[in-house]
Structures are given as C-alpha cells and as structure tokens.
Design a binder for this molecule. Structure first.
Ligand code: TUI
Length: 322
C-alpha cells in the first residue's frame, strides 16, 4: 500500500482547544507583542498574543481593548511570571475574559487556579520535563515546550530533545517552540510528537509588527552564528543577537562581575532596541532561527506559507511499500 499524507485541514487537539484554523501560537515577546501584532496573527488564522511583560496595567488594559477592536478571532495574553505586574495582568485577563493565557519564566499555579474556573485556556511555557509534569498536575490545558534555540529567556535543552521527552511525560497536548521559522520546522515539530508550534522571531519580521525597522533589519541580516546567550551568571540567561551590548555583557561575565552589575547593564535595554532602534547598545532578543529569516511579509501570508510548506514537506517524505 502506498501511504500518502494529504493535509488540507489542520485539525487536532490544539486547533480544537484554541478554536483556531492553524495550530500556531505567537510568542509573548516583551515590548514586541502588542495588540497590533496579536490581531494580525489571530486574523491570519493563528493565536496572536499580547505580551504583558512589565507593562503598566493601565496600558495593558488599553491593549486588550484595542485587540478586541482589531479582531473578532480569539487571541491571548502572555504573563511573564517574574514581573511585579504579573498579578495585575492575571486580573485583567479575568476581567476581560481573555480566552487564552500563556505563562513564562516561573511557576503558573496561581494563574491556573484563578483563570481556569473562568474557562480560560491556560498554557504554560516550560523548558524541562519536571516543569511539564508539575503544570499538568496543576491543571494546565497544554504546554509550550520551549527549546534553547528560542529568543529571550531560555532553558538549556534543545527543541529536538526537549519536545519528545515532554510528549512522553504528559498527556496534555505539546506545542513546540524554539527554532521553528518555516514549514520544515513545523513538519519536524509534528514528527517529534508536538501538535502545534509557537512562533516568535519569525513574527517579529511580519509587516504588521511595530518594532523599530532597525530591529527587523538586524534579524534579516543575522546569520547562523549571530546569536549569543548573555546573563548566565544571573540565573536568567537571555538569547539575543551579538552586538556591542552583548560583548560588554561577556566582558563583565568573564571578569567575574557581580550579579547586580550584570543586571544593571541589562536595565532598559530591550526597550532601547525595540522602541528606539538602538541595535548596538540595546538588547536585540531573537532566536537562533534569525539566520533563516530573509523577508518581511504580512502575518497571514507567513502563517499560510509555513503550513502549506509543512504539508508539502510531510507529503514528500519517502513513501514505503508494505
Ligand atoms: O519567558 C520566556 N521568555 C522570555 S521572558 C523575557 S523578559 C526577561 N527579560 C530579562 C530577563 C528575564 C526575562 C524574555 N523572554 N520564555 C518562556 C520560558 N519560561 N522559558 C523558560 C521558562 C521557565 C523558566 C523557569 C519556565 C518555568 C520556570 O520555572 C518554573 C518552576 O518550575 O518554578
């Protein structure tokens, strides 16, 4: 028998859970993921997210209202649990009945307890098997398994080894993140047992994303080895593009500087890159997939092209005669 994979409709536990056309969630990128980007991704058939990060609650509320004006599709909120505004973000998710909440950089127990009874779908981003098992027990609806290829705050396992181990450890659906920027990556993620993908860096380079043009161009220019991880001694390693700031971080870290001094160097740097376009002394957070990104296109086109390519890749895998 000749096996032929012919996927025209992407329907699985993740599309059903999210109520969405494609099993794709946008990354909750601090300073980058605003209502404009979230609505563009949701209107393109994925789940767009607003990244609450350290946003003052009154600004976050405006963004939630704006997202509802820009799309009638479901969208989500990412809560960065290390932030002092995380509780306020959680309350705004409750007040505005945000349908999907992802969490990062911490333990989501409180968020699950508060939001699940309201019908919110809660999806923690995790970077190890122990974290995945814990959040499943706490009642998470799915997990995003984020490999170290991802941009921003990262764990240490690659997507290739993390995803299958998480798939084998939990019963809830697994969404793969880190290094996925085209249809080949989606096909690979599905081969590893994931039922969805989270896309960050690729979405920075969509036409609707409002980051400074310099930031987008830095990603377009990036090659395979343009990334570096800074801040390891602080316990919060961050992947970004190499620049003058990352070189200064390396100097400080090699000289055995105090955690305080390293953290001080990082203050306000993401905003400087995203808003002011200072890509030399700002923090240009981006994943290792930056080297694969060569154009800026509308979010909907990126999503459709990626999934068409994934279906094509899967259908062209060697078929075996049985
Ligand atoms: O959170 C992210 N990515 C981020 S957050 C961010 S803002 C920031 N800026 C400077 C320093 C630190 C953060 C930029 N990028 N991704 C999700 C993620 N979560 N990756 C790893 C984790 C994680 C880490 C520890 C999840 C849970 C965890 O511990 C939970 C536990 O077991 O207690």
């Amino acid at each position: 028998m000749r096996c032929k994979v012919n996927i025209l409709v992407w329907k699985n536990r993740v599309t059903q859970l999210l109520g969405v056309q494609y099993p794709l969630i946008q990354g909750g990128m601090a300073w980058v993921a605003n209502a404009t980007l979230a609505a563009a991704v949701s209107n393109g058939g994925g789940i767009g997210l607003i990244g609450a990060a350290n946003m003052p609650p009154e600004i976050l509320e405006q963004e939630l209202i704006r997202a509802r004006e820009l799309t009638d599709k479901p969208f989500g909120l990412n809560i960065m649990l290390m932030s002092s505004t995380a509780d306020a973000a959680m309350e705004l998710a409750a007040k505005h009945r945000v349908p999907i909440v992802t969490t990062g950089a911490g333990s989501p127990g409180k968020v699950i307890e508060r939001l699940k009874p309201l019908g919110t779908v809660v999806i923690p981003v995790i970077a190890s098997v122990a974290q995945a098992k814990r959040v499943e027990k706490q009642g998470a609806d799915a997990v995003v398994a984020e490999g170290t290829e991802a941009g921003g705050h990262i764990g240490d396992l690659t997507t290739m080894v993390l995803v299958p181990q998480i798939v084998d450890s939990v019963n809830i659906p697994v969404i793969a993140a880190g290094g996925v920027a085209d249809g080949r990556g989606i096909a690979a993620a599905f081969s590893l047992g994931a039922e969805g993908v989270q896309i960050g860096t690729r979405m920075v380079c969509c036409s609707e994303c409002t980051v400074h043009q310099n930031y987008k161009e830095a990603i377009l220019k990036a090659r395979d080895r343009s990334n570096v991880v800074t801040g390891r001694p602080t316990g919060h390693p961050v992947r970004c593009l190499k620049n003058k700031l990352s070189a200064r971080f390396e100097e400080l870290e090699n000289a055995g500087a105090s955690i305080d001094d390293i953290e001080k160097l990082g203050t306000g740097r993401l905003r400087a890159a995203v808003v002011d376009g200072d890509i030399e002394w700002g923090s240009v957070m981006a994943g290792q997939s930056a080297g694969m990104i060569n154009d800026i296109k509308p979010a909907a086109e990126i999503i459709q092209t990626m999934f068409n390519e994934a279906a094509d890749v899967i259908s062209r895998l060697p078929h075996f005669e049985f």
